[in-house]
Write a protein that binds this ligand. Sequence first.
Ligand code: HMG
Ligand code: MG
Length: 283
Amino acid sequence: MTAYVEIFEVGPRDGLQNEQCQISVVDKISLVNCLSRAGFRRIECASFVSPKRVPQMADSALVLDGIHRDPHVAYAALTPNMRGYRDAVQAGVDEIAVFGSASEGFSRANINATISESLDRFRPVVEAARLADIPVRGYVSCVIECPYEGRVSPDDVADVADRLFAMGCSEISLGDTIGRGTPESITQMLMAVAERIPTEKLAGHYHDTGRRALENIDASLDVGVRIFDTAIGGLGGCPFAPGSAGNVATERVVRHVESHGYVTGLDLLVIDEAAKQASGLRG
Ligand code: HMG
Ligand code: MG
């Protein structure tokens, strides 16, 4: 097992999407530019979804157009359908993500589709990205609990994850969207998914609502997961998951895993500077 842990920064997307006050394009660009100096391989900084549903992300193309592109960083965006895909490609995105759910209730609330309909929508997106040589991440939300349906079974998570992986997603990010996971439930869920997908293709995406995200990361490391999604300053939440707090904070995760002997390759001075910027943006 390698000692390298990739921290996938999602603050400019998952973090900012939930802020009620409109944040200026200039401030968003400035945050991404700061994060670009920290040593991340990938930063999720845009989302090509309906501006009526997520107004904060309506200026995603302007953000991608305005940032200083570090050639060592891949700039990623959410693309729920072909329209989002085309807009993202036009904006010069390096990596895209489709996002599904392990629970029907959240799928309906988030993207207005059943799980099966959502997979049908993703298929042409993944295929177009494959032809264009653009990596696709597949998110699975509500891997522990759903705000509308309660407990979600690990088998249901494994099933959706497997279908996204079989479709051509190169990595599956497992979202504890409302932060109800415990080391026990996270381990159980990961074991079910790992029966079908190699652990090196999995990422842990843990919201910190229950304040157990760091413990959940430890449990995931024990299972062999080496990629974790975090948001600078602990920004965020999901507008369609009542009660979801921010993703676990990047600066806490970096310190935590490094204190356990893992290497992230990240510059904590820059990360702390970005965390300061992020807290200034909070409404
Ligand atoms: P729909 O509701 O099925 O309806 O959209 P539609 O396809 O008929 O479109 C509705 C309206 O959206 C139309 O506009 C379309 O033109 C427009 P109107 O006629 O009403 O003016 N539209 C678009 N506009 C811009 N870009 C597009 C696009 N597509 C349609 N790509 C859709 C389905 C998914 C688009 C919609 O439901 C939506 O945008 N939902 C928001 C989903 C979202 O962004 N959720 C938050 C991110 S997911 C998350 O945070 C979880 C995650 O972090 C993991 C975790 O924590 O678990 C990833
Ligand atoms: Mg999230």
